[in-house]
Write a protein that binds this ligand. Sequence first.
Ligand SMILES: NC(=O)c1ccc[n+]([C@@H]2O[C@H](COP(=O)([O-])OP(=O)(O)OC[C@H]3O[C@@H](n4cnc5c(N)ncnc54)[C@H](OP(=O)(O)O)[C@@H]3O)[C@@H](O)[C@H]2O)c1
Length: 289
Amino acid sequence: MRNFEILFDQAEPSPTADPAYAPYGNLGFPPPYPDHPWIYANFVQSIDGIASFLGKHPTGGDISHSQEDKWLMDLLRAHADAIIMGLNTLIEETRAAPELNQGRGPVYRVQDPALREFRARMGKGRERVIFVTASARLDPQKYRVFDGDLVDAYVLTTKSREERLQTSGMRTIIAGESGFVDLQLAVRRLRQELGIKHLLCEGGPTLYGHMSRAGLIDEKFVTISPVEIGLLVPPEQQDQEPHDVQRGAPAHRPTTFTAPGFLPDNAPWWQWMSCRRVGDHEFNRYRRR
Ligand SMILES: NC(=O)c1ccc[n+]([C@@H]2O[C@H](COP(=O)([O-])OP(=O)(O)OC[C@H]3O[C@@H](n4cnc5c(N)ncnc54)[C@H](OP(=O)(O)O)[C@@H]3O)[C@@H](O)[C@H]2O)c1
């Protein structure tokens, strides 16, 4: 793996002088709020702002093709008390990788053993992954992440879905009565009941969009990969995967923000905190003003 070239960095110093930071340089975070975590997101996007090819190649890895981006994802996971993601990312990424864990999908833990040890040196407990869902249509047996040996997995949903999930023995967090999860209440619960101080939002674009719209994203790490993808699923991909798109009406690939947006007078502006480079990949960090 190559080292990151630091173009500029105005963020906090690292909390320790651990050698794990050597390839990247400083990485520090502000303290959490008294009643909710400091929430940072991580995405990779194409030059034209797309976050997924969809179909057979839906993942961020399909866009980044970068060992350093993968390592940075691990470094960001190492600093998090928990990861939060939308259920569709688990479903899509499981479907697209039948070879992974006998078709039972990814586990979303720190993959690099050296960074797992670093996480332990920082005094972080077991890794936790929280899946957000309104439908709660989920069979935990189908997903490796719910086996409970590698990470603690939770489902964040509403009261109306609680019973359905408890019969399957899953750890649940409830916020809101029905329909969409009350994300503001949810993050307060995560801080107060689970002690989560730093929360990493790994998307996908729908969950991220709703969290950003609710004013909950403090920071966003964005890798720009030197590839152009296009907004509309091309006809040749539709022909391969007719289940993904309706014929004659090409599906839209997501940007990193797939939720109702903002108006010019309430669109949030961000401070560009740092920029690094490895070859043709650009690694940015933005903090909401
Ligand atoms: N480029 C990258 O860095 C990156 C990162 C992550 C993901 N991805 C890709 O993005 C794609 C998935 O994105 P996505 O936007 O379709 O899915 P997503 O955000 O992972 O999941 C969307 C689902 O999450 C649940 N959800 C989200 N917000 C909710 C809320 N406030 N309350 C209740 N439930 C909520 C809903 O689940 P229910 O339908 O079950 O109610 C919703 O359908 C995949 O292809 C994935 O690989 C790319």
